[in-house]
Design a protein around this ligand. Structure first.
Ligand code: NAP
Length: 313
């Protein structure tokens, strides 16, 4: 059995830390003595989460920041505060996510699933880029899902703007495919910086996931959760990716049950990964980061973009 890592002096940022996997990860990582910088959107839940962390881990160092991650303005303000206040960021855990029964749009006009589950990961990561690079060796961990399998991205209808095309489950699966593709392109662009980028499938876990949906859809989600694994089990892979010395220096991985595994073929397509990056950049209006190495003309992936374990600085 592995020793619990000691993260004293390390700063770990976790989004969606007011419940589910984010809060459970915060409790686990607090016990490793890290400084926790947590992100929620609801003040009452945020205070309750902090109280629980301090109750379960006496002496835990944790603070809560508030941002609605479906809003680019909130993400910009959050990132500005973190960049100003934090001397370093050793781990960024992009976790906040959900599924939406009906198609709706965010304040920025993004389809909600795409906006929260992908664009928020993308924007926060790019806005914290310099801090993460200055803090190297540091890690970015994106919570993806096995749900990414069996779908491809349709750039002509990326946000289900075509009338009648929306399906909540398909939108969620595509957003999770975006998480794996984003991680892949991120790993390529961060190559040589000492910042690693990996993504994980936590398992099918009993959390508050999907509880925002009412009616039959909400009922169906609650029913399927009867078959889910407990939180304590589900949090293992995200915490492993964020903290384990076994993962140090490894990048571009998709982990399930705390082991690297192959994502779907669609999730290994470098051209799609690059196109998603470009589209996300255009939609967010953010400054581009980390050009990475060129993909060779024959279309084969550069070393930095291959899914096998690699060691960076
Ligand atoms: N549960 C599973 O079986 C499973 C499987 C695979 C992947 N995942 C992924 O795991 C991640 C965490 O999900 P979970 O299962 O832990 O769900 P959860 O219990 O619903 O927790 C989601 C967290 O995200 C926060 N959040 C939601 N919308 C937000 C917004 N607009 N701005 C800021 N924060 C927001 C929630 O805050 P509030 O408390 O205010 O709502 C909550 O803290 C997601 O990315 C999900 O796709 C989950």
């Amino acid at each position: 059995m592995q020793d619990t890592p000691n993260l004293a002096g390390k700063t770990v940022v976790i989004t969606g830390a007011t419940g589910g996997l984010g809060l459970e990860a915060a409790i686990g990582i607090a016990a490793m003595q890290a400084n926790l910088v947590l992100v929620g959107r609801n003040h009452a839940k945020g205070e309750a989460a902090l109280a629980r962390i301090r109750r379960e881990v006496p002496g835990a160092v944790a603070e809560m920041h508030y941002a609605d991650l479906t809003r680019l303005d909130d993400i910009r303000a959050l990132a500005a505060t973190l960049n100003e206040q934090l001397p370093r960021i050793d781990v960024l855990l992009n976790n906040a996510g959900s599924m939406f029964a009906k198609r709706d749009t965010t304040a920025d006009g993004f389809e909600c699933t795409f906006g929260l589950d992908h664009m928020a990961y993308f924007a926060l990561t790019l806005l914290l880029w310099d801090k993460l690079v200055q803090s190297a060796p540091s890690r970015i961990v994106n919570i993806a899902s096995e749900a990414h399998r069996g779908v491809t991205l349709d750039f002509e209808n990326l946000q289900y703007q075509r009338p009648g095309s929306y399906s909540a489950w398909q939108a969620y699966r595509r957003a999770k495919l975006c998480n794996v593709l984003f991680t892949r392109e991120l790993a390529r662009r961060l190559d040589g910086t000492g910042v690693t980028a990996n993504c994980v499938h936590p398992g099918f876990v009993a959390t508050g996931f999907g509880d925002n949906n009412r009616g039959l859809y909400g009922l169906a989600i609650r029913f399927t959760k009867l078959f889910a694994i407990p939180l304590k089990e589900g949090v293992k892979t995200p915490v492993h990716a964020a903290t384990s010395p076994e993962i140090a220096g490894k990048t571009g991985l998709y982990l399930s049950k705390s082991k690297p595994c192959e994502p779907s073929a669609a999730a290994k397509n470098d051209e799609t990964a690059r196109r998603l990056w470009d589209e996300s950049l255009r939609l967010s209006g953010l400054e581009d980061r980390g050009q990475g190495r060129e993909v060779p003309g024959d279309g084969s992936a550069p070393e930095a973009a291959r899914p096998s374990a690699r060691t960076s600085a």
